[in-house]
Design a protein around this ligand. Structure first.
Ligand code: TPP
Length: 344
């Protein structure tokens, strides 16, 4: 029997783990890896940055759209992005998995390969986790990172006069999700299987690529605040503004290239839904689409004058807040589009 015909319920836990462990990345920073009651990892900096994020079937992914590899890659990538957003370097992941018994074992080993595919280039290992049965797939990841002696970059440090900058892509994942959900990308399964003009957008949704080296680079350059854009540019810029007690004013003209890049996706969406105004749709994806996991950071003007770190480009500026005024502006005005993703 191959792993696509063997189901999770055909194996006991140790047999399933024996198929997963060899696929996971290992490394020097681990004294005790997976297999014992707990892992022992080194913390060269003496402090550990830690974060956790969960992926729930039909909330964050659909089995009909994504392979196990896609989900593993995405679960690792979005956790690694949280570490980068603190200005840190990811070191290790702990992965807990809830899977239905009738899931092919192939799906689970695909997930392990996807975790490794995202974690290995980032220099991170997988040091343990947990397995349980359940009605739907849940992937819960805890990630650790190292600051390499630098101060963490918080959301709360932005000052009026700072430059607002972004690294990574904007709106591509939301465009891919809309194409899959509308049927414009129907029949597409898994990032490598994506075909035609929708392919790059579907791939961006299934396998986000956060600009991880940008996190430590921004910290080293003197970023005053940073977060990763998971729920949409406007919503996450609002979080940074609120935490810092400032107003973030985004410059529409600096985002027009991002909007143009999404026009092919808007055209494909228009084929299946009548009401789509291409530019407006693409603009909404850029401003409100989540899950690209790019880095939104602020830099003191004197830092920006010497050149932003690689991958970052200016998209706005930080202003003194006006009493009771909005925390996020677009060209000095209250934005005219929804803020972004809300979980509930
Ligand atoms: N429907 C499906 C099937 N997949 C999706 N990814 C979405 C809808 C859209 N979506 C789900 S969660 C989310 C978005 C845009 C926001 C990101 O949330 P999360 O991954 O929990 O990031 P956090 O805010 O916790 O960093």
């Amino acid at each position: 029997m191959t792993d696509s015909t063997v189901r999770v319920r055909d194996l006991d836990e140790s047999e399933l783990l024996a198929r997963i462990f060899p696929l996971l990345p290992t490394g020097d920073a681990v004294d005790v890896g997976p297999g014992d009651d707990a892992a022992v990892v080194r913390a060269p900096d003496g402090r550990v940055v830690v974060s956790t994020d969960v992926l729930v079937e039909d909330r964050h992914f659909r089995r009909s759209w994504s392979t196990g590899f896609d989900v593993g890659r995405r679960a690792a990538a979005q956790n690694l992005a949280d570490i980068a957003a603190m200005g840190a370097r990811p070191t290790s992941l702990v992965v807990s998995l809830v899977v239905p018994g009738d899931l092919p074992v192939d799906w689970v080993t695909g997930l392990a390969r996807g975790l490794a595919d995202a974690a290995t280039p980032a220099g991170a290992t997988v040091v343990g986790g947990d397995l349980s049965g359940g009605d739907e797939i849940v992937v819960a990841v805890t990630v650790h990172g190292d600051l390499d002696g630098r101060a963490p970059v918080l959301r709360s440090g932005a000052q009026p006069g700072d430059v607002v900058a972004h690294a990574g892509v904007l709106g591509r994942s939301a465009a891919g999700l809309a194409l899959l959900a509308s049927g414009a990308a129907s029949g597409q399964h898994g990032a490598p299987g994506a075909r035609g003009p929708v392919a790059p957008f579907v791939a961006a949704y299934l396998r986000p690529e956060p600009p991880l080296p940008g996190g430590p680079a921004a910290a080293a350059a003197g970023a005053s605040a940073m977060l990763d854009v998971s729920d949409g540019l406007l919503r996450d810029a609002g979080r940074l503004a609120r935490a810092s007690g400032v107003t973030v004013d985004l410059t529409g003209g600096r985002l027009s290239g991002d909007v143009s890049a999404l026009l092919p996706a808007a055209v494909e969406l228009a084929v299946v839904s009548e009401d789509v105004d291409g530019w407006q749709q693409a603009r909404r994806w850029v401003l409100s689409g989540g899950e690209d996991h790019g880095l939104l950071a602020t830099f003191p003007a004197e830092v920006a004058d010497h050149g932003l770190p690689a991958g970052f480009r200016e998209i706005g500026e930080v202003r003194t807040p006006v009493d009771d005024g909005p925390q996020v502006l677009l060209d000095g005005e209250e934005p005219d589009v929804p803020q972004g993703w809300d979980h509930f």
